[in-house]
Write a protein that binds this ligand. Structure first.
Ligand SMILES: Nc1ncnc2c1ncn2[C@@H]1O[C@H](COP(=O)(O)OP(=O)(O)OP(=O)(O)O)[C@@H](O)[C@H]1O
Length: 226
């Protein structure tokens, strides 16, 4: 089993405040893992540590072959290239079309050939069923469509791990299910996904390995059949 993430006896801090301690987590290639927990329990802080928005200062950890405690500022763009990050608020650039949003990322990550870039954009939009909407501006799309574009953007560079922080947090229940179906489909095709959520309805509908933040710790929830 190929490991894409492990943390051993790690602590997660926001500045000087200890948010989570004794964190031992392992994610393998192909996994779909939920991260649940109450507001303020540390889900976002955990995710931020994984994409190096917060430093890992205590304990061991490695993500897509980057050692977190020794990670340097200059390594961060290279780490993020191997991750796909999806946020609750989509974070699309509002002043350009869907296609331009995606081409912008490809340019920024070193793609040069126009033909390859256009083909890749079409490919990822196809995966999220948005192929016909590339010419639209974000404000012309529904929340669910914008999130699907954000997922397409996360897929551009074939990430080894997708980190989704409350990807359905701004969506109604029906649209959440649609976005979730897209994530499940991507997972079925081999992508590894860690998804923070407080949407228990999704957990019940699509059961999978679940980690819970509670009382400054993370532990695996064993799902019992009713
Ligand atoms: N930038 C920050 N500086 C200092 N403390 C912070 C910062 N961001 C979050 N915290 C604190 O860290 C703790 C965990 O917050 P975090 O956002 O990780 O929780 P969460 O589980 O993601 O919550 P939510 O579901 O509301 O997003 C909270 O006590 C919060 O007040």
């Amino acid at each position: 089993m190929q490991q894409v993430l492990y943390l051993k006896d790690a602590s997660i801090f926001q500045g000087d405040s200890l948010i989570l301690s004794d964190v031992n987590v392992e994610i393998n290639k192909g996994d779909f893992v939920y991260l649940i927990g109450k507001t303020g329990s540390g889900k976002s802080s955990f995710m931020k540590t994984l994409y190096a928005d917060l430093p890992l200062t205590k304990g061991e950890g490695s993500i897509v072959d980057f050692d977190l405690p020794s990670l340097k500022e200059k390594d961060i763009p290279f780490l993020r290239r191997k991750l796909g990050v999806v946020f609750q608020d989509f974070k699309l650039l509002t002043d350009r079309t869907v296609n331009e949003n995606l081409l912008f990322v490809l340019k920024a990550t070193g793609w040069k050939e126009k033909k390859d870039m256009n083909a890749r954009v079409e490919e990822v939009l196809n995966k999220v069923d948005m192929k016909t909407k590339g010419f639209k501006f974000p404000h012309e799309l529904s929340g669910g469509e914008q999130q699907r574009v954000a997922i397409a953007r996360a897929l551009l560079n074939n990430p080894e791990l997708i980190l989704a922080d409350e990807p359905t947090g701004n969506l109604d229940p029906q649209t959440s299910v649609e976005v979730m179906e897209v994530l499940r489909e991507i997972n079925k095709n081999g992508n590894t996904i860690l998804m923070a959520t407080h949407d228990y309805a999704l957990l019940l509908k699509y059961p999978s390995k679940t980690l819970k933040c509670d009382d400054s710790q993370i532990y695996e929830v064993i799902q019992r059949k009713a």
